[in-house]
Unconditional design. Structure first.
Length: 270
């Protein structure tokens, strides 16, 4: 037993979190370290996704060798790769709309939402800046997202494709009946399909960070609201739709009580 005058570190473990009473600073808590690791994983994951996906867009715009199907595959494959690489660390969101939807449906703590969104936007800005320095990017080779038709048409495509994305993510990431090992493949293939059908119309963002990064670097804010509102609306609706068909052993009278899903989600404390 240590003497009373020794300055030693005393570690108390409570509810899975390590707390130090002496000799440790703010970063001494394991929970803080884990959050920092998650934020770093989201920055790196988002950076690599935006860099690879947008790089394929730039190269195709410059000489056409990548082709549109190639762009679709690059987006799907890089998302799949990053889900398997850092998904076990941060959850593999890489998307502010997905993060908010997870929080609304109580699959993610609200207190971490701002950190994740900042990390995702920073990752996108860094990736966009890297591409801007590597290539002579102009209006022709711009790698951001712009509507090819009306804003309403692009908004609807962003809502629908984001709905599909979140519907699939909710199934493979939050339902223990799904085969979790196939989550990366399912999400990656969903991205590929979404880019195929929405790419020629809206650019298939499905991710506010994906559109905000290039817009900031290139100072192109045309119709940026479409790529912020659309993904948030779509992912929330997608998460809600899957929640309605999720397995439950509760009787119907309990599911139809007056309190709403959003009300119960807002009062849940993480």
């Amino acid at each position: 037993m240590a003497s009373s005058n020794e300055d030693e570190e005393i570690i108390n473990v409570e509810e899975g979190e390590t707390k130090t009473s002496k000799g440790s600073g703010f970063c001494g808590s394991s929970s803080v370290v884990q959050i920092i690791q998650k934020v770093i994983a989201e920055i790196i994951g988002t950076y690599l996704i935006i860099f690879a996906g947008c790089c394929s867009v730039v190269l195709n715009n410059l000489d056409g060798r990548v082709t549109f199907p190639g762009i679709c595959l690059v987006w799907g494959l890089i998302v799949m790769i990053m889900v398997y690489t850092v998904g076990h660390i941060s959850g593999g969101h890489f998307n502010p709309a997905v993060t908010v939807a997870f929080a609304i449906f109580r699959h993610f703590p609200w207190k971490q939402v701002p950190l994740y969104i900042i990390a995702q936007v920073v990752g996108s800005i860094l990736a966009s800046g890297s591409l801007y320095m590597l290539f002579e990017v102009n209006d022709k080779s711009y790698f951001g997202t712009l509507p090819s038709g009306s804003n309403v048409q692009s908004l609807m495509m962003e809502i629908i494709t984001s709905f599909l994305l979140m519907f699939v993510v909710s199934a493979v990431a939050t339902d223990n009946r799904a085969i979790g090992e196939l989550a990366g493949i399912a999400v990656g293939m969903t991205i590929t399909v979404d880019v195929f059908i929405a790419g020629p119309i809206s650019g298939a963002s499905m991710n506010p960070a994906r559109s905000i990064g290039p817009a900031i670097v290139m100072h192109k804010y045309q119709s940026i609201w479409v790529y912020i509102a659309g993904p948030f609306i779509g992912t929330i609706l997608g998460g809600l739709a899957y929640s309605l068909i999720r397995f439950t052993d509760k009787p119907l009278r309990e599911l139809t009580k007056s309190h709403s899903l959003f009300k119960s989600s807002s009062t849940h404390s993480n």
